[in-house]
Design a protein around this ligand. Sequence first.
Ligand code: SF4
Length: 602
Amino acid sequence: MEQIVLSIIRKYGSDANRLMDMLIDLQEQFGYISRQAVALLAHNLGLSQVDVEQTITFYHFLSTKPRGKYAIYLNNSAVAYMFGRQAIKEAFEKEVGIAFGQVTDDGLIGLFDTACIGMNDQEPAAIINNKVFTRLTPYRVKEIVRHMRQGLSLDELVNESYGDGKNQHPQLKAMVSSNIRRKGMILSDLYSMGKVTKEILPGMSPEAVIAEIKHSHIRGRGGAGFPTGFKWEFCRRAKGAKHYVVCNADEGEPGTFKDRVILTEKPELVFEGMAIAGYAIGGDEGILYLRYEYRYMKNYLESVLQHMRDEKLLGSNIAGIEGFNFDIRIQFGAGAYVCGEESALLESLEGKRGEPRDKPPFPVEKGYLGQPTIINNVETFATAVRIIENGGEWFTQFGTEDSTGTKILSISGDCMFPGVYEVNWGFNVEDMLDMVGAYDVQAVQVGGPSGTLIGPAEFHRTLGYSDLSTGGSMIIFGKQRNLLKDVVLNFMEFFIDESCGSCSTCRNMPQVMRNKLLKILKGKGVTSDLADLQNWGKVLLASRCGLGQTAANPIVSSLKNFRHLYEDLLQKDVEFDQGFDLETSVQGSCKYVGRIPKFHHH
Ligand code: SF4
C-alpha cells in the first residue's frame, strides 16, 4: 500500500495544493483513506495529519472508513422521491440486507444517501463507483445487486443501455440522457470547434475581446449575475505573477443539470471559451472544477482536451498568436455543495476544506494560489465564444434589456418532457409550463432550494435578473404534491447537510427551523410559530456566504406564497407555546457539528 500512496503523491508532483486529487485517487483505489495513507500524505506534503483529516471529513465522497467494493450513492433530492425513490431505497435494503449508511460484513456493498447528483430529469438515479445509473426500478435494483454478488464489472452492469447524443461516445458510454428539448446559440449545431480561435482571435487584441464581452452585457450565468466583461477587465488589470481562468462546474444546486448537458454535448465550446478568457486576461492556465458526481465524464473530457491540443487550440502560440499559451486541466471536487461558492471553490482547488473566504479581496485580485483569477460558470464561457464570433451587438438582440442573451433551463418534476431548454431571457413561467407539458401545476421552484417557490398567481412573471433571477433550475410540482412535507422539508435538510459549519447562524438556524416545521407538520404548531419562522429566517442573512444567506428561503418563500398550507396545519385558537427552551432546541445541531453550546444563564 505504501508504494501506491507514494506513487500517487509523486503523480501530483508532491504538491500539497493537489491534495484533493491524491485523496480522490486513494478513495477510488482502496474504497477509503486509511490512517497509514493519511500519515504518509502528511509526512510527504509537509502537512499535519489533522490538516489532511480536515480535508477528508469535509467531503461526502471521501472517507476514512471502508465504503464497500461497490459504494452505492442514491440521490435523495425532492424530485427523486417524486419518482419512486422510497421504493428503490427499500429494494436496495432488502436485496443487500443492510440499511443505508452501512456496509455489508464482507465489505462488498455499501449503501449511502447523497444530495442531488444532477439527474433530476431521469430519477431515481444513483452513482455506483463513478458510474451513473438512471431511471432505477426495483427490478433493476435486484439485477444490479445480483450482478455485484457475481463479481461482474460495472461496465457489464451498464449493459450498453447508453443514453442519447454524446453519452454514447466510446470514452463516455453513460446511461445518462442529455434530453435537449430546445436549442439556442449555445446548444446550436452551428458551432464549429476552433473557428473563433483561428479565424477571429488573431485579429483582436485582448482589450478588444473584453470590450466585445462588455458590449454584449452578458452577466454571469451561475446565479449571482455579475457582468462578465467587468470581471475579465478587473482581472486583466490586477497585478500578479500569473493569472488563472477557472470554470465553475460544481453544479450542485438541486434541480440543475444543464452544465452536465453542455459539458457532454458541447465541451469544446466551453474549453474554447476558457481559452478566449485566458487570452483576454493574460492567463495561461485554466482549471475546470468539476463536481465529483460527474466523474463519469473524466476520460471523455480528457480526450476532448487532447483532441484540442492536437488541433493546436490549446498549447503554445495558439492560432499562431505569439505568446498565446493556454492549457486546461480538470480538477474534481469530492461532494460539497458549498464549493459552488467561488471562494470555497478556490479553497477546495488548493486542497483544503471548502470553507468560503472573507471578501474582499475578490478572486479577480487574489484568487487561486493568491493570484488574479476569474471564475465563471460553464454556460458563461460557452456563451462568450458565440459573442466573439458574432459580436456583442448581435448578442443584445436576444433576451431583454437588463438580461441579454439566452438561458439554459434545467426543467424537472411534474411535466411531460423534463430536460434542458435554451430560451431567451424574458420568457415567462406560464409559457415555460406550456412548453414542457405541465398541467395542474401547484407550484414551481425557481432556482433550486436557494431560490423561490411560486404559485399560479405569479406564473406571469418573467425570467431575468430583475424579476425571477435563476441559475436555471425549475422544478414543477403538481397538485398532488404535499409542498411542505415533500419539498420544503427536503430542501431544509439539504441545507442542514451542506452547511460548512463555520457560521453559528448557518450551523444552527436551519435545524431549528426544520424542527419547527416538523412540529407544524405534526399538528402541534401554534400561530406564533409562523412569526418565529419569519424572524429566524432574517437571522440567517447575517451568514458569511450565499449558502447560509439563502438557507431559510424554502420556508420563507413558501410562507409568503403558500401561507394557507401552514395555517391549515396549526392548532386552532392557540397563539403561543408554553415553555420554549432554546438550549434543548439547538442541542441537535450542536451535536451534529460537534460543538458544545455556551449559554449565559441569568
Ligand atoms: Fe459555511 Fe454556512 Fe457560513 Fe457559508 S454561511 S460560510 S456554508 S457556515
